[in-house]
Ligand binder design. Structure first.
Ligand SMILES: C[S@@+](CC[C@H](N)C(=O)[O-])C[C@H]1O[C@@H](n2cnc3c(N)ncnc32)[C@H](O)[C@@H]1O
Length: 385
């Protein structure tokens, strides 16, 4: 892919841009297979690899995390350079057109609502980041990460201006990040629109994304991932399935079926409320199995260890740190017959699989979730030996 920002060295975030896309994916597949072979030896040789699921080369990133720099009259939307000055990347080819179209309007809003961009070296100013998510129907969620609530009244005052110029704006919120530290967002979120969640239509399931919940950054590949896992789960035909680290319920809600109980477990209360909303909608739509879906806000490991009954199948999709020794140990000794492990970090995936020698990986697939970077999603189906 050609990127003017990369060529001019304004941005080097996509480290693999000079490598042809198909070659990137082939190299990632080789790296994944070699990591697993190193960690689990012969067990890795039995994995039937499906062809990698290739992403579009550009316009695939449905969530933008942009740093705001410059001044109120000439803001930049992109990244900061080594000196902490703003670099504008509003034409970054990773974003789909309906998302990219929001950047100039939001930059103008900075000027109209007098939102002073946060100056990192000087530790002054208010607006730190713009986080924009695009739903499959074109609706947008925009989050303004601010140092304080100083500008809140001005944002509310000018909200009608913004809605007129950006009619696709469904959710607008202010996230408050008072600390001067290198994180994306703070804990406090103030929703300013009537709607507080973005409806992410994923085939025949609608996931309700609230500002602080996790969502995969490549929606087209996420849809394929949910379909792949639902297919494997249907083949195993379990009566009880757990979806651990379920977020807003993507895997769980795609695995509903007649005579099947699905339980989603996730630490974020908000994400669990969203999953419950989606499940209620599916009950009203008459989806078989929707009334047997249960969502619990809890730590996945603590919750699993507390249960008396062992499920037939477990899906895990942890953060980059993996499931860890405790949950891997529980899965190893639990007697669960089928495990599906979806991971965005093959290093921790390999380590966790090594801790579950009684579970044999039989199928695997690489999903090209993050083109032009060294990252990827890997999903593995495990069966008890
Ligand atoms: C990679 S995301 C997966 C989300 C979901 N499966 C999806 O497809 O969107 C990992 C999720 O794990 C949750 N999480 C982090 N630590 C957790 C824990 N100790 N117990 C349960 N969930 C946790 C995060 O809030 C996040 O939603």
């Amino acid at each position: 892919m050609q990127c003017a920002y990369y060529d001019s060295e304004r941005c080097r975030s996509c480290t693999l841009i000079p490598v042809p896309h198909e070659r990137q994916v082939a190299d990632k597949q080789a790296a994944l297979e070699s990591l697993l072979a190193e960690a689990i030896g012969e067990r890795a040789a039995g994995i039937g690899w499906l062809a990698p699921m290739l992403s579009a080369e550009q316009g695939f990133r449905t969530k933008a995390k942009m740093v705001v720099g410059g001044t109120m009259d000439a803001p930049t939307v992109g990244i900061l350079d080594a000196q902490g000055r703003g670099v504008d990347l509003r034409d970054c080819p990773l974003y789909p057109a309906p998302l990219a179209a929001a950047f100039p309007v939001l930059a103008e809003f900075v000027h109209v609502a007098r939102l002073e961009p946060y100056d990192v070296p000087g530790r002054r100013g208010e607006l730190k980041h713009l986080i924009v998510t695009l739903a499959p129907d074109g609706a947008l969620m925009v989050r303004l990460v601010m140092r304080s609530t100083e500008a809140l009244a001005r944002i509310e005052k000018h909200l009608p201006w913004l809605l007129e110029r950006l009619p696709s704006l469904a959710v607008l919120s202010v996230n408050v990040l008072p600390e001067h530290k290198a994180v994306l967002e703070g804990e406090r979120e103030i929703v300013l629109t009537e709607r507080g969640s973005l409806a992410m239509g994923m085939g025949d399931v609608v996931l309700h994304l609230r500002p602080q919940s996790f969502f995969q950054t490549n929606t087209a590949i996420a849809r394929e991932l949910y379909a792949q896992v639902a297919g494997w789960v249907d083949d195993a035909a379990p009566a009880v399935v757990w979806d651990l680290y379920c977020g807003v319920g993507g895997f769980a809600l795609h695995c509903l079926a007649e005579d099947r109980a699905v339980v989603g477990v996730e630490v974020s209360e908000q994400a669990i409320e969203s999953a419950r909303t989606s499940a209620e909608e599916l009950v009203r739509a008459g989806r078989p199995g929707a009334d047997e879906a249960l969502f619990v806000a809890a730590d996945a490991t603590v919750w699993a260890r507390e249960q008396e009954l062992v499920p037939d199948a477990v899906i895990v999709n942890p953060p980059r740190r993996g499931i860890g020794a405790e949950l891997a140990g529980w899965l190893e000794s639990s007697g669960v017959g089928t495990v599906v492990y979806s991971s965005c970090n093959a290093v921790t995936l390999a380590k966790d699989l090594a801790a579950m020698p009684s579970l044999r990986p039989v199928r695997g697939r690489l999903l090209d979730m993050f083109p032009h970077t060294a990252h990827y999603e890997a999903v593995v189906l495990l069966e008890r030996i």
